[in-house]
Write a protein that binds this ligand. Structure first.
Ligand SMILES: Nc1ncnc2c1ncn2[C@@H]1O[C@H](COP(=O)(O)OP(=O)(O)O)[C@@H](O)[C@H]1O
Ligand SMILES: [Mg+2]
Length: 442
């Protein structure tokens, strides 16, 4: 309403003045009215031109005015400002999205409708061996030359990802996927699945190994049972003769299942119990156990260079160190010497070392000894009651104590297995009289 009032007031005002000058009777009254109207029209046309110029070039300072024009300009200015704000926000959001995509750990390549590269992120450069400065605008098939990739891209069926060796690093495995985009563009996604593939292969190997290890003793036991079943009249003495072998095979299954359960527990229990473990007392107990196990075939020595205790899980530490000691006994021929030593090292940490004068280990086997079921001599390990899981358990337990296993060995001379612990785990010892050794059993 206000909008019409002001122009109406101006026209009526002009008429009023014209009337005062005798409008209708003298020509000068009409002239004055017409001149007033022309002036008002000219003013409006000028404002309209200014507005048109300003709209053509938004960088000019906004025009200011009063009256009807003031209202119009104020509303227009407000509209433009809010539109500009929304535009700026959209641009900032887009830039943020692009920046995130650029730094995504997965490779992203945008292809146009003819499969030429439009854009790619940093990860795609490394994984696919592409370079933005060189390869944008190129056909992707010329750059990633691989028959399986070409066939997959041509198939138009991208429901299943394509697993491919990385063109830039042969030891990496990639999983490629295609996501359709508007305007017949495509997004090629590349994910590095090397680690996943490795874990999957390890899992398969592990299951195969466990099945294989269990099959032999089970076959032996089942074989005996079937034979007895076939001979219902057989002499019980005949039967008893085979019991020791059956018991040996059952023990083997038992040991294997125990070790598997230990490993599973170590993997599933995130944290280790914390107590002060009296390693000197534990070492003395292990030396006694070694003597029992050796049955006089070896000389067992105990060398305690320090009375330090260890912050950790007594049961786990017992299990790890007992594994090292039992290996030394089992892999050292009669007449050998086995030494258990506990002492500080320069770094502030401490070491538990088991040295034997046994057969030794060739250098190429050493890095693999802690792998599950890895054995230098499978037959020898089995015949002495080994499962091939002992050192894998040791490694796990030491890792849970921020420690590590070091192995030194000379073929024909002997080996030293050293459990190294960091300074944070070492506690001053000999404050309390030696308590009972940990309650754990191997
Ligand atoms: N003290 C040692 N002397 C020689 N070889 C050893 C010794 N300790 C371990 N090994 C080798 O490392 C392999 C893996 O050890 P481990 O994991 O304890 O399995 P195992 O059940 O066979 O003892 C053994 O099979 C053996 O070949
Ligand atoms: Mg062992």
């Amino acid at each position: 309403m206000n909008f019409w009032l002001r122009p109406l007031a101006i026209v009526l005002g002009l008429g009023f003045f014209a009337m005062l000058f005798g409008m209708g009777r003298t020509p000068s009254g009409w002239m004055l009215f017409a001149l007033g109207l022309i002036g008002y029209l000219a003013y409006n046309l000028r404002q309209l031109k200014n507005l048109s110029d300003w709209l053509a070039d938004e960088s000019r300072p906004p025009m200011s005015s009063t009256g009807v024009w003031g209202d119009v300009l104020y509303r227009l200015g407000r509209l433009l400002k809010s539109r500009q704000g929304a535009q700026q926000k959209a641009m900032a959001d887009l830039e943020q999205m692009l920046e995130a995509t650029r730094n995504l750990p997965d490779g992203v390549v945008i292809l146009d409708d003819e499969q030429r590269i439009v854009w790619l992120n940093v990860a795609a450069e490394g994984m696919l061996g592409l370079s933005p400065s060189r390869d944008i605008g190129q056909f992707v098939l010329y750059l990633l030359r691989n028959t399986r990739f070409s066939a997959w891209l041509a198939s138009q069926d991208y429901a299943r990802p394509l697993v491919l060796e990385s063109p830039s690093a042969r030891d990496r495995t990639l999983s490629l996927q295609i996501v359709p985009l508007p305007r017949r563009q495509k997004m090629l996604l590349a994910r590095d699945i090397t680690e996943l593939t490795r874990v999957e292969a390890m899992r398969r190997d592990f299951v195969a190994n466990v099945s294989h290890e269990l099959r032999t003793p089970i076959t032996v036991i089942v074989g005996f049972l079937e034979t007895f079943d076939d001979m219902p009249e057989a002499d019980p003495k005949q039967f008893r003769k085979h019991i020791p072998l059956m018991r040996e095979q059952s023990n083997r299954i038992h040991r294997l299942v125990d070790d598997l359960l230990t490993l599973a527990r170590l993997e599933s229990e995130p944290d280790t119990r914390d107590e002060q473990v009296d390693i000197p007392a534990l070492a003395a107990r292990l030396a006694d156990e070694a003597r029992t196990m050796s049955q006089g075939r070896h000389q067992v020595r105990l060398q305690l260079d320090s009375r330090e205790r260890l912050q950790g899980n007594g049961q786990e530490l017992y299990s790890a160190l007992a594994n090292l000691v039992s290996n030394a006994v089992r892999y050292t021929p009669a007449g050998g010497v086995i030494t258990l030593r506990w002492g500080r090292v320069d770094s502030g940490g401490a070491e538990f070392a088991v040295t034997d004068t046994g057969e030794g280990i060739e250098a190429q086997h050493i890095p693999r000894l802690t792998e599950r079921f890895y054995r230098v001599d499978r037959g020898r390990s089995r015949s002495t009651g080994g499962t091939g899981l002992g050192l894998a358990i040791v490694k796990h337990i030491l890792q849970r104590h921020q420690g590590r296993l070091r192995i030194e060995s000379v073929v024909g001379k002997g080996s030293t297995f050293i459990a190294c612990f960091p300074a944070e785990r070492v506690m001053p010892g000999a404050v309390v009289p030696a308590p009972e050794s940990p309650s754990a059993e191997a």
